[in-house]
Unconditional design. Structure first.
Lengths: 353, 256
């Protein structure tokens, strides 16, 4: 049969984009690892990484180069990939769950909870018992508390509706934002306040080969795979609850499950990197522009796009005012806002046509 | 066959459906008619399980609706709801292919057979040319036809439609209902237009004041003596070329 519906053409297009983006991500990673105070050529970076990952090739580089690549920059780029992908896929899921194109991963107030936790750790030494993980553990507990709170408020009669979820998220977000501000105010430490604000704006500076990176990889990878698998159900949910129901998806149960998974994922990535804005809002729109609306295609494309964008944002953050490091959230917002404006203009143009 | 026994629903303290029983018989088209606010849509939602009646029970082919998984019930009942999902960025073809979802396992993607079914469903509602267009860019009538195509693509054993003729011009009102009738599947249709109900339904349930006022064949229910008090309008019934037609006139005019 002829491809009347254009499905095969769309699939080819998606495959091409996926392949292109994977190549783009690898190139991005190699360049990002090579960039910094001590520049290392892409060829050397690639050889070191291949050597470390697969044990292939002869050592033609100096030990300091290897330390910089493998111990310092590669974990950071890897965290950037994970956080960028995580933010993008959580943004996709939330936009489907609340049927609002302005939804982003921070809509649920989870990042505000993490911020409160982080502020408590930085300013008052909360979670000191967790040693090197004190900050991230404390942030994660804050995120967990915030998601529970949102969940309990949004739930009524065993259901979580889109609008209640939205309102609960905004309310809890503001309350916890106030808590964070109060903690900063109460501590009276200017230095502490500065570190909290730096953390609030997001940074990949915590990245190293440790348990946190492993957890982030598992949770974010798992979330992206799960969301791709349930893509068709996300499509149905995004059309409407009633439609989802008639297509064999229980909208209440599905939204609840998504809420748990997305909260966990956002909690982990915020604990690892602070609140990096705009990626989760803009990337889903970009992905839809490239491959259309079905989530089976949008989720993987958004994950790759998010990863690439965040790694580049981190490179800019490191290089622009070197040796000073700019909080990455400033870069993503500066890049993201114009992107969003362009999308809005396109959206209007498309609507009136 | 879909049967409801003693189902009820209330919004707040107001009962909309109060202990209602209906049956849609195999191979027949059942119309739900009644004035605004008589609970037609609510009853339909109770029948496909979007609402769960606190009383009584709904059975589909003698299995309790509660005991069916969401997917199983989607295989038995395809529904055209009034929610259009006009904000979605899906194309028309993708929208229709969603109807194949209940037939696919979690890891399966749509195959050539699904695409052919979807293409045929679009052709049946005269919307093949809309396939690649974004769903959100369609007119109300075009959307309605696409949603009906999605329900057809679902190939369920029962078809439920909530005012499917909304937004349709007169030709498509008849084409769509003729199509439903021609399928020969057990169907339930909520209808406003009594003349459409007369032409395309086998059986009718007339709702009013939270309960069933009359139920039976079209000929039995579309009786001016039954309809007039429920709708509050004068009705004259004609039998023309073997079809039943209703003419309406306000009571006041008649008095004057």
């Amino acid at each position: 049969m002829q491809d009347v519906l254009g499905v095969s053409a769309q699939r080819r297009r998606t495959t091409l984009w996926l392949a292109g983006l994977i190549v783009g991500l690898v190139v991005t990673g190699v360049i990002a690892v090579g960039t910094g105070a001590i520049a290392i050529g892409p060829a050397t970076v690639a050889r070191i990484l291949v050597h470390q990952l697969f044990g292939l090739g002869d050592v033609t580089w100096t030990p300091p180069q290897e330390a910089i690549v493998w111990q310092v920059r590669f974990p950071r780029v890897l965290l950037g990939v994970l956080v960028g992908a995580g933010l993008a896929v959580c943004g996709v899921a939330l936009q489907a769950m609340v049927r609002n194109v302005l939804a982003d991963p921070y809509l649920l107030g989870i990042n505000s909870g993490a911020s409160s936790g982080a502020a408590a750790a930085i300013l008052f030494g909360a979670g000191a018992g967790f040693g090197q993980y004190a900050l991230s553990t404390s942030a994660f507990l804050g995120a967990l508390a915030a998601s529970l709170l949102v969940f309990l408020i949004a739930r009524s009669g065993g259901r979580v509706t889109s609008i209640r979820l939205l309102l609960a998220g905004v309310a809890v977000g503001y309350a916890l934002y106030a808590t964070t501000s109060f903690l900063i105010f109460a501590s009276g430490s200017a230095e502490g306040a500065r570190s909290v604000i730096f953390w609030l704006l997001g940074s990949l500076g915590l990245a190293r080969w440790d348990g946190l990176l492993a957890i982030a990889a598992v949770v974010i990878g798992g979330t992206a795979v799960y969301l791709t698998i349930v893509g068709r159900r996300l499509d149905a949910l995004a059309v409407g609850d009633e439609t989802a129901h008639t297509l064999g998806v229980n909208p209440d149960r599905f939204r609840m499950r998504l809420l748990v998974i997305v909260s966990l994922c956002v909690g982990v990535l915020v604990s690892a990197s602070g609140s990096i804005g705009f990626v989760g809002l803009v990337v889903p729109h970009l992905a839809r522009r490239l491959v259309g609306a079905p989530h089976v295609r949008v989720v993987p494309v958004a994950a790759l796009l998010g990863a690439i964008l965040l790694v580049w944002a981190d490179v800019i953050a490191r290089v622009l005012l070197a040796p000073q490091e700019i909080p990455i959230g400033i870069i993503t917002a500066l890049l993201g806002a114009p992107f969003l404006l362009i999308l809005i203009r396109r959206l209007h143009a498309g609507g009136s046509a | 066959m879909i049967q409801a026994a003693d189902v009820s629903w209330r919004y707040g303290a107001t009962p909309v459906i109060d202990s209602v029983s209906v049956a849609a018989l195999p191979g027949r088209v059942l119309g739900l008619i009644g004035p605004n606010g008589s609970g037609k849509t609510t009853l339909l939602r109770l029948l496909y399980g979007a609402l769960r009646s606190p009383t009584g029970r709904v059975t589909v082919d003698s299995d309790g609706l509660q005991s069916l998984s969401p997917r199983e019930s989607a295989l038995r009942m395809a529904v055209v709801v009034q929610e259009t999902g006009g904000e979605t960025a899906l194309t028309v073809a993708e929208m229709v292919l969603l109807g194949r979802g209940p037939h696919l396992s979690t890891f399966q993607r749509t195959g050539p057979a699904d695409h052919e079914i979807a293409a045929r469903s679009l052709a049946r509602v005269g919307a093949t040319h809309l396939g690649p267009r974004p769903f959100s860019g369609l007119s109300g009538g075009e959307r309605q036809r696409v949603l009906i195509a999605r329900a057809l693509a679902q190939q369920a054993t029962h078809l439920l439609l909530d005012e499917p003729t909304n937004h349709l011009d007169i030709r498509y009102q008849h084409e769509v209902l003729g199509l439903v009738r021609g399928l020969g599947t057990c169907s339930i249709v909520v209808l406003h237009d009594l003349n459409l109900a007369a032409r395309y339904c086998d059986d009718l349930v007339l709702l009013g004041d939270g309960g069933v006022v009359a139920a039976g064949t079209v000929d039995e229910v579309l009786d001016p003596a039954i309809l007039e008090p429920v709708y509050g309008i004068g009705i004259k019934r004609l039998d023309l070329d073997g079809h039943l037609h209703l003419l309406f006139h306000p009571f006041t005019q008649e008095a004057a």
